[in-house]
Design a protein around this ligand. Sequence first.
Ligand SMILES: *[C@@H]1O[C@H](CO)[C@@H](O)[C@H](O)[C@H]1NC(C)=O
Ligand SMILES: *[C@@H]1O[C@H](CO)[C@@H](O)[C@H](O)[C@H]1NC(C)=O
Length: 352
Amino acid sequence: MGFWVYLASFALFLAVFLHLPLHHKAEAASECDLFTGRWVVDKSYPLYNTAACPFIEREFSCQKNGRPDLDYTEYRWMPLHCDLVRFNGQDFLQRFQGKSIMFVGDSLSRNQWQSLTCMLVYDVPNAKYNLTREGDLSIFAFTDYGVKVMLDRNVYLVDIVRERIGRVLKLDSIVGGKLWKGIDMLIFNTWHWWNRRGPSQPWDYIQIGTQITKDMDRLLAFETALTTWAGWVDSNIDPTKTKIFFQGISPSHYNGSLWNEPSAKSCVGQKQPVFGSTYPGGLPPAVAVLKSVLSKITKPVTLLDITTLSLLRKDGHPSIYGLGGPTTMDCSHWCLAGVPDTWNEILYNLIL
Ligand SMILES: *[C@@H]1O[C@H](CO)[C@@H](O)[C@H](O)[C@H]1NC(C)=O
Ligand SMILES: *[C@@H]1O[C@H](CO)[C@@H](O)[C@H](O)[C@H]1NC(C)=O
């Protein structure tokens, strides 16, 4: 009898032991690769009703701009080896009580910033907020909590200076960083402006040290600027006070050959993600440059490695339901509610 009891408890022990990792998915989030996974339909998404978020700017307000399909709002990101903890705005505001968060970068930062403020306002509907803007700095303050969620529009991170010869993009100067000091959590991003040419290019010359040039390899310019930014992080950040993230490269969808649909010349009419975990077109080359620079930083910086999961979302862009309306094609930004909500849900998992 004793033997059988012993055997049964040993079997139970084994079963519990072997299954333990499966039941501790949430705990594993910090060790689990949150960026490899797939999109699954989940009718409990989106994380907010866009009507409850009146401050979404027109360029991301796809539904208001007439986008008829809503399936793209009902996907949940499922990492391969663990589950994401669902975003909890109340918990988020409590964790950041008295603190400040700042997104720094181009309109993709604005996309993520607006997503986060919508998620918070929706989850904590009674929280008072105050949205103000001073120049390039937008401040969304949750006044009861003393939490500030800010956006510093700074498309290259390094400086553009108006001089006698014209507007000079200074790849080794980062005076703009003065706005980032003393912030508790910083989420940086730059990429989309590095390939701008013609009238929408906001500089006339590039300068490195004393060398001034009319133009150069743009990927190399990007790398040089990132290296300047990395130096800023290493000499200005106290990791016991400030958490630093880099919002990875947000991809565009203008070439259907990259998702095995060569007849598609843009993202218009796309109603479904690429299913599975891999994107046929591979990664944009900026990703490798970014990872290489990040690997040389001494201070801890976490890459919000959203490229692949966003590549799979050819259905997530405004297309003709964006800022310019039917005459323009926006396959770079993301509709809200939508893909950037997942970036923020992952960000939340990384700070738990
Ligand atoms: C909103 O913020 C601005 C700028 O910080 C401030 O002057 C104003 O008093 C605030 N309003 C409320 C209602 O808190
Ligand atoms: C689209 O991608 C394919 C495959 O990489 C490439 O051969 C083609 O040149 C691209 N088309 C455009 C318009 O960039």
